[in-house]
Design a protein around this ligand. Structure first.
Ligand SMILES: Nc1nc2c(ncn2[C@@H]2O[C@H](COP(=O)(O)OP(=O)(O)OP(=O)(O)O)[C@@H](O)[C@H]2O)c(=O)[nH]1
Ligand SMILES: [Zn+2]
Length: 198
């Protein structure tokens, strides 16, 4: 199944991760037997499985499931797609927005599939650069458009809550393939995503 709904947690994994969380909470100096924490290891186990469900999902299959033959060959932009991921260095969230464009080459794709692809790659342990490239490659290799562009703007909790403790820095990553490697096309895309109402 390309997109597993997260009602079904794997019982064995849930149990193993739960028991490890129990130990982690104890090691951090808390009392896992107090009322408020009794179910926390299981909740945390399920939350982490939800946040990493992308490992079990097939982004290319999702795109293929809604590709339609169409002659439209202008830029299609889906912007301001909210994303939540986990940095692979600290397992702390980074979150922000993805802006994605493609120029069809005989096929368009169901619009909702683009944010689904973002979620599938975001719900893993990631760095923002690889996340950007995986989304780009997946759309490029599956839809085979004339061009594809991905921009991600994100704030990293590991730089906010700890470490350098910078509350206002935003990291931008981008990637361009095909027609978007041409400066005019790229600039048109960048202008359209920076306009408030486009
Ligand atoms: N390039 C990149 N770096 C990231 C991302 N998420 C977190 N990091 C960085 O990963 C780096 C890990 O560096 P280390 O020096 O090993 O870790 P650290 O001692 O916890 O570093 P500080 O965060 O500076 O305290 C840090 O500079 C983080 O800011 C990301 O998506 N991309
Ligand atoms: Zn980090």
């Amino acid at each position: 199944m390309p997109y597993r709904k997260f009602e079904e947690y794997n019982m064995q994994v849930t149990d193993d991760v739960k028991n490890r969380y129990k130990k982690i909470i104890e090691d951090l100096g808390e009392d896992v037997t107090r009322d408020g924490l009794l179910k926390t290891p299981e909740r945390a186990s399920k939350a982490m499985q939800f946040l990493t469900q992308g490992y079990h999902q097939d982004a290319a299959a999702i795109l293929k499931s809604a590709m339609f033959k169409e002659s439209y060959n202008e830029m299609v932009i889906v912007k301001d797609i909210e994303l939540y991921s986990l940095c692979e260095h600290h397992i702390l969230p980074f979150f922000g927005k993805a802006h994605i464009a493609y120029i069809p080459n005989g096929h368009i794709v169901g619009l909702s599939k683009i944010p689904r692809v973002v979620d599938i790659f975001a719900r893993r342990l990631q760095v923002q650069e690889r996340l950007t490239e995986q989304i780009l490659d997946c759309i490029n290799d599956t839809l085979k458009p004339q061009g594809v562009a991905v921009v991600i703007e994100a704030a990293h909790m590991c730089m906010m809550m700890r470490g350098v403790q910078k509350q206002n820095s935003v990291t931008t990553t981008s990637g361009f393939r095909g027609q978007f490697e041409k400066i005019e096309t790229r600039n048109e895309f960048l202008k359209l995503i920076s306009d408030k109402f486009s």
